[in-house]
Design a protein around this ligand. Structure first.
Ligand code: GP9
Ligand code: MN
Length: 409
C-alpha cells in the first residue's frame, strides 16, 4: 500500500551521493545520444584476435572520454529490454521474465519522462517491430515522445543481415530522423548486428573469425568489429551534420554475448586453465563510455558500477539534482560513490571482493572467508528486494499522493 512507498523512498534516498561539482551540469542544454551496444563485453576492449584489434574505434574514443572499466550489466532474461529498464529507471529488472512485458502498465518516474518534462525531446531509434519486447507499450510508460521503429527505416534484403537492418545502414538512415527532431533531444540508438548467432555478410567481415570449438565465440569477433566500424561511421556523420559539438554520448554494452556454454573456448581465448565462477562474474563487465565533445579531460575510471548507475550519473551531468528521486544506483562520478555492483542473480562486486555462487573471492580470484563478503551481500539483497517491491506493488503510482505526503511529515 502507500506506506510501502515511504519506506522504499527513505531507503533509496539514504543511499544518495552528492555529485562532483566540477561535472555537475557540464552537459546542460546539450543533446544526449545513448548507444546501446548489442552483446558487447569488456573483454574485447583493447584486445586483439589473430593479432588484430577488435574495437579500434572504441579504443580510440576511450582515450578521449571517461571510460568505466569495472561496469557491469545487471540484466537477466529480459536481455536488451532489461538493460533499457535499468538505465532509464535506476531500478532493477525482474529476476525472471521481462518487466517490459509483465509491468508495462506501471507508473514509472523514468528518465525520458523527466527529461521530456524539462523540455527535451525523447526518442528511441531501433529497426525492429515496435511490439518486440512490448516496447511500444513500455515506451509510453517510460515517457518517450517518439519511437522510430522498423517502419521508419528502409530495410531491404541488401542492407540486412541476421536480425535485420545492418548497423551501418541503421545509423546512416537515423541521421535524418535525428535532424528532424527538436533540440535538445535525448535519443537512444539500439544496435542489432552484433546479436547471437553473430551472422555477417562476407563483405562486412573486417577481421577473421577466431579459431576454437565454439562457432559462436569465433563469429563474435568479426561482428563486434563491424559494430565498432558502424559506431565510427556514426560519429563521422554526427560531425558532418553539425550536431556533434552540441551532443554528449553515452555508450554501453547491453548484456553478455558469450554465455557460459562457451567456457572452454573462452578459456582458450583468455589463455586461462579454466573459467571459474569468479571469472564468469568478471566477464559480465560491459563497456561504459561517456564522451563529451569539447571537454578536454579524459580518464579510465576503475569505480565498480553498473547500468543502474547511468540515470543518476546522466541527470547530474545535465544539471539536475537527484536528491528526491527513488534510485538504486549512484552517480559514477560522485566522490563518495561506494564502488559496488549488484547483479540480478545476487552476485556482488566491490573494489575488494567478488561474491558469486555462494563463494567469496578477493579480486585476484582467490577464495576468502564469507565474512569478507557478508555486509555487501546483505546490502545487495536489500537493494534488489526494495527495487522489486516497487515493481510488484506498482508503488510509484502513490508518489505525490496526499496520503504519502502526510506520512512523510
Ligand atoms: C531486439 C534487440 C535484441 O529488438 O533489442 O534483443 P535481445 O535478444 O538482445 O534482448
Ligand atoms: Mn541485446
Amino acid at each position: 500500500d502507500s506506506s510501502d512507498i515511504v519506506e522504499v523512498k527513505n531507503y533509496a534516498q539514504a543511499n544518495h551521493k552528492d555529485p562532483d561539482p566540477e561535472l555537475f551540469g557540464i552537459a546542460e542544454g546539450k543533446n544526449v545520444v545513448m548507444i546501446s551496444l548489442e552483446s558487447l563485453q569488456t573483454f574485447v576492449i583493447n584486445n586483439t584476435v589473430n593479432g588484430e584489434e577488435v574495437t579500434p574505434f572504441l579504443n580510440e574514443l576511450i582515450e578521449d572520454s571517461y571510460y568505466f572499466e569495472n561496469f557491469y550489466h545487471q540484466t537477466a532474461q529480459g536481455k536488451t529490454s532489461d538493460s533499457e529498464f535499468i538505465v532509464d529507471n535506476s531500478m532493477f529488472g525482474r529476476d525472471s521474465g521481462s518487466v517490459f512485458f509483465t509491468h508495462g502498465g506501471n507508473d514509472y518516474n523514468a528518465l525520458p519522462e523527466f527529461l521530456s518534462n524539462e523540455g527535451m525531446y525523447t526518442s528511441v531509434m531501433h529497426s525492429n517491430n515496435k511490439s518486440f519486447w512490448n516496447r511500444d507499450i513500455m515506451y509510453q510508460s517510460l515517457g518517450y515522445d517518439q519511437f522510430f521503429d522498423v517502419n521508419s527505416y528502409d530495410v531491404t534484403e541488401e542492407n540486412s543481415v541476421g536480425w535485420g537492418l545492418k548497423d551501418v545502414d541503421f545509423f546512416e538512415q537515423s541521421i535524418d530522423l535525428l535532424q528532424s527532431q527538436p533540440e535538445p533531444f535525448y535519443t537512444k540508438f539500439i544496435t542489432l548486428t552484433n546479436h547471437f548467432p553473430f551472422e555477417l555478410d562476407e563483405e562486412d567481415k573486417m577481421i577473421d573469425e577466431y579459431d576454437s570449438n565454439s562457432g559462436t565465440l569465433n563469429r563474435f569477433f568479426p561482428t563486434v568489429r563491424y559494430m565498432d566500424h558502424a559506431v565510427e561511421r556514426f560519429f563521422e556523420e554526427m560531425k558532418e551534420s553539425g550536431m556533434y559539438e552540441d551532443t554528449i554520448f553515452i555508450l554501453y554494452g547491453d548484456h553478455y554475448g558469450i554465455s557460459e556454454n562457451h567456457n572452454r573456448a573462452m578459456s582458450q581465448y583468455l589463455d586461462k586453465d579454466e573459467i571459474t565462477p569468479f571469472d564468469s562474474t568478471q566477464l559480465q563487465r560491459v563497456p561504459m563510455i561517456v564522451h563529451i565533445p569539447g571537454h578536454d579531460k579524459s580518464e579510465t575510471i576503475s569505480t565498480v558500477g553498473g547500468q543502474i548507475d547511468v540515470k543518476p550519473t546522466l541527470m547530474h551531468l545535465l544539471g539536475h539534482s537527484t536528491r528526491n528521486e527513488i534510485h538504486f544506483g549512484t552517480d559514477l562520478f560522485a566522490p563518495e560513490n561506494e564502488s559496488r555492483a549488484v547483479l540480478r542473480n545476487g552476485s556482488v562486486i566491490t573494489d575488494d571482493i567478488v561474491y558469486t555462487n555462494n563463494t567469496c573471492y578477493d579480486k585476484q580470484g582467490e577464495e576468502i572467508e564469507m565474512e569478507s563478503c557478508d555486509p555487501d551481500i546483505e546490502k545487495g539483497l536489500s537493494d534488489l528486494e526494495h527495487s522489486d517491491r516497487i515493481i510488484y506493488g506498482d508503488l510509484l503510482r502513490f508518489l505525490d499522493s496526499e496520503e504519502v505526503e502526510e506520512q512523510e511529515e
